[in-house]
Design a protein around this ligand. Structure first.
Ligand code: RIB
Ligand code: CA
Length: 306
């Protein structure tokens, strides 16, 4: 079966590191391009972290750096969750895979999309580069089969009172993506909070060789949830939405991004009750089966040891 062509825009980031492994070792996906972007930590760190991860994973998708800052707002970060490096907890071997392309992420996206019949864009960090790509290459939209994002929240946020980090990091970019007219699938915070990875699972993953040890060590420093009570695996959900959608309860609904007010800047209004009376523009995962997710998560990461 032909693998699905995928472009990853990511801000590693501990949960990104796991999502990148899930995508690269998947039997269903063909990761053509990885674009590190600012987000959890600076672009300098996310680029270096991407290179270290690919060296450890022994995988060689093209890597082209993306934006160092959001479209309009001031840059924010989540180093309190992921550590100053963005991947605290594990001493990575020196990278031997480097991205030295002079192109922008948007130019690289344009090239990859026009080499493939259809491509899935995956956003597991701020959506700045995906928004710029859609804005600069409208003729390419017909070659994008869907955009899958981890972001937003059905209720309360994890960055602001009502804003989730990825969308809050670049609200204008998020609005451009949801106004694109393309099929969009969303994994919001709440399904990440359901898909907790418990200590016994983390211990099992540790047995998956060098990559399993890395994941275990990163998890000891990851501050979203807790090692003992369960870690929130946000970005892995975007990969799961593509390869195992049946694990999820998915609702077709309207998603609007607040960009006009200071108090709710970056909030995602996921209009499950149709108060806004606007046509649906996204398919939103509102529940995930935690047992099925855990089984898929462990089975998928076991492939890194093969
Ligand atoms: O809100 C969770 C998201 O913000 C995840 O993508 C995590 O990596 C951080 O970027
Ligand atoms: Ca991320």
């Amino acid at each position: 079966m032909k693998r699905r062509s995928v472009i990853l825009s990511t801000d590693p980031g501990i949960d990104d590191a796991v999502a990148i492994a899930l995508a690269l070792f998947s039997e269903e996906l063909d990761v053509k391009l990885i674009c590190p972007i600012f987000g959890n930590v600076s672009l300098e760190h996310t680029k270096s972290n991407t290179e270290k991860l690919l060296t450890l994973y022994r995988k060689t998708p093209e890597v082209v750096s993306g934006s160092a800052r959001p479209l309009l707002r001031d840059a924010i970060n989540a180093s309190d969750i992921h550590g100053e490096s963005g991947m605290d907890g594990y001493e990575f071997p020196d990278a031997t895979i480097f991205s030295n392309s002079s192109r922008t992420a948007v130019e690289a996206m344009h090239e990859v999309v026009n080499q493939e019949e259809q491509t899935t864009l995956v956003g597991i960090g701020p959506l700045t580069d995906i928004a710029l790509f859609l804005h600069l290459y409208p003729q390419d939209l017909a070659k994008i089969d869907r955009i899958v994002v981890m972001g937003g929240s059905l209720g309360r946020g994890n960055y602001g009172v009502l804003s989730e980090f990825n969308f809050a990091a670049d609200p204008e970019a998020s609005k451009i993506v949801f106004n694109s007219g393309l099929p969009i699938q969303v994994a919001p915070l709440e399904v990440g909070n359901q898909a907790k990875i418990m200590p016994e699972v983390t211990d099992k993953i540790r047995s998956f060789g060098e990559i399993g040890e890395m994941i275990y060590q990163l998890f000891t420093k990851y501050r979203s949830g807790s090692f003992e009570a369960g870690l929130n695996m946000y970005d892995a959900l975007a990969i799961a939405l593509i390869v195992e959608p049946e694990m999820f309860e998915i609702v077709s609904t309207r998603v609007e991004i607040e960009t006009a007010t200071s108090l709710t800047y970056g909030a995602s209004l996921i209009d499950l009750e149709n108060y806004l009376d606007l046509p649906a523009n996204a398919e939103v995962a509102v529940n995930v089966d935690p047992i099925q997710f855990e089984e898929w998560f462990v089975e998928s990461l076991a492939r890194t040891a093969e």
